[in-house]
Design a protein around this ligand. Sequence first.
Ligand code: ITT
Length: 198
Amino acid sequence: MHDIVLASSNPGKIREIQAILTGHPIIPQSAFNVVDAEESGATFVENAILKARNAALHCKLPAIADDSGLVVDALNGAPGVISARYAGIGASDRDNLDKLLQALEGVPDELRSARFICVMVFMEHANDPCPVIAQGVWEGRILTHAVGENGFGYDPVFWVPEQGCASAELPAEVKNSLSHRGKALKSLTALINAKQSR
Ligand code: ITT
């Protein structure tokens, strides 16, 4: 198989995707000095396609992109596609997480349901008219305080019911086996393999 460029500049995502896709030569787009695509889509799938197309165009290689985020029911789906810039452009993970906790102040436990969504896209080249698209969902709840040191982004405030702890308290391999990203990647690789064996 060709090298595949990974259309992400988020070190947390890159670490997780490389840990799951062992055996595939995956090169982060930073190795090619790719300028990030503008995430102008209204949905995860649109943004994932924009990112994959941008990386494939610049690198002349097949590309995988991940567009993901946190969807909180009590906030009508926010932060959603703007999860990375919820507290403004250039906001840190801590800024975003603080803004989320503030927005949910006073909201009782039973109304703090939320889910992580990950859409993964594979494009063979920039003009690929038929991208391979997979989605993963991870259900949980938003805590009132940050706990744990692992992961990235909103992991310290994402309660994982099946483990009885925050996502940031899980070892990396446990998170990868349960998470929206792990599920999307598993499904993406099955779809790519099926396409390539046709
Ligand atoms: P790239 O576009 O370069 O991949 P990004 O961080 O801008 O990086 P997104 O636009 O897809 O990527 O935003 C995803 C945000 O959603 C991310 O920055 C986190 O705030 C949050 N997020 C996604 N997956 C997460 C996870 O597994 N754990 C915690 N937060 C996550």
